[in-house]
Design a protein around this ligand. Sequence first.
Ligand SMILES: Cc1cc2nc3c(=O)[nH]c(=O)nc-3n(C[C@H](O)[C@H](O)[C@H](O)COP(=O)(O)OP(=O)(O)OC[C@H]3O[C@@H](n4cnc5c(N)ncnc54)[C@H](O)[C@@H]3O)c2cc1C
Length: 396
Amino acid sequence: MSTPKILILGAGYGGLLTALQLQKKLNYNEADVTLVNKHTYHYITTWLHEPAAGTAPADHARVELDGIIDKSKINFLKGVVESIQPDEQTVTLKDKRVLSYDYLVIGLGSEPETFGIEGLKEHAFSIRSINAVRQIREHIEYMFAKYKNEPERTEYLTIVIGGAGFTGIEFSGEVADRIPELCKEFDVDPSLVKVYNIEAAPTALPGFDKELVDYAMDVLTRKGIQFRINTPIKQCTPEGVILATGEEIKAGTVVWTGGVRGNSIVEKSGFEVMRGRVKVDEYLRAPGYDNVFVVGDCALIFNDQGRPYPPTAQIAVQEGENCGSNLVALIRNDKMTPFVPALQGTLASLGKGEGIGIVGQKKVFGSTAALLKKGSDLRYLYKIGGVGLALKKVRL
Ligand SMILES: Cc1cc2nc3c(=O)[nH]c(=O)nc-3n(C[C@H](O)[C@H](O)[C@H](O)COP(=O)(O)OP(=O)(O)OC[C@H]3O[C@@H](n4cnc5c(N)ncnc54)[C@H](O)[C@@H]3O)c2cc1C
């Protein structure tokens, strides 16, 4: 067989870690590996709530691929994937270039899940990329500036965060931290600013330990977040949101964090999906295609109780590493290793110096949780870019 061609779509947690594993384990010319990504950089999605609120610059969450990829082992192609033709073993890019492969890795991440709520797609922002968070930050600032020119329009100072899951809670913490600074910069009376977090489920952070949820809500309420739990949003309009109760909340900014589904390219390419995610086999392969691997938010895996694992960076990283190792095994005619997630815990930030989480069996709160989260961020940066990258990006 000629040199096998491996094509990796997406340089997020799953795709990048697949590429880095191949880079580490493959000998020169053992495979022809190409990584395709929309941008020349990888972004730390788990930090995006900070630049979205404006508490950190967007560039901070961005890592240039040039600095972490060994070009003698991995070809990098900047391009936007349009479709996959698994029967022909080809991928078409937006500019109509067609790429062929022997092995494909799909790591195209997620899209907002709007649950059919009218107007969300059109009128709400979502925290999903460097470009998206730049726009959210600018929009909030623009709304403050606009209010100063139309002081009767206090709704410009209202921010609605749809969803009190992980992302919604982390974003709420950052927004709360940013408000005093914005009020000072734009000469705005802080009592006029309102930040609502609206959640349809009967609790914030569904699935989390009650003590941790109570702690998070208490911290955020004290920081000024107004929670509306058990309150579905029925519609999003250019003026704000309408709740299932019929109440309208007028808001200059609506940010939807209520859930994600797998990238729609996967479904459009004919793969069988559930909420956009492919139910993969034990080696992360798509049903019916032994040469197509799916990692990260596009992949659906289940725990022992038959419940789907939520899409997380932690799992995406582990899947990428497993997928890279299994590709090397395949090329060398060795045995592949089934994927089994090794969950190390979950940590959520609640703004500067505050957090909650579970590490092993232990619950952690406050500055301990915040510090542990920084530690886990550092470990990830070290993994992808060594000490240099970790030191460059660390913010205490
Ligand atoms: C604000 C926020 C906070 C979070 N916090 C945590 C946390 O604390 N812990 C945790 O475990 N998880 C967290 N998550 C979830 C986590 O970020 C995702 O599960 C993870 O990013 C999934 O990795 P992935 O590789 O599937 O996709 P991504 O990391 O989203 O990467 C997808 C890549 O594909 C590229 N791409 C997309 N479409 C195309 C296309 N058509 N053509 C070419 N390239 C394309 C994108 O540019 C991107 O580089 C958080 C998410 C958010 C939004």
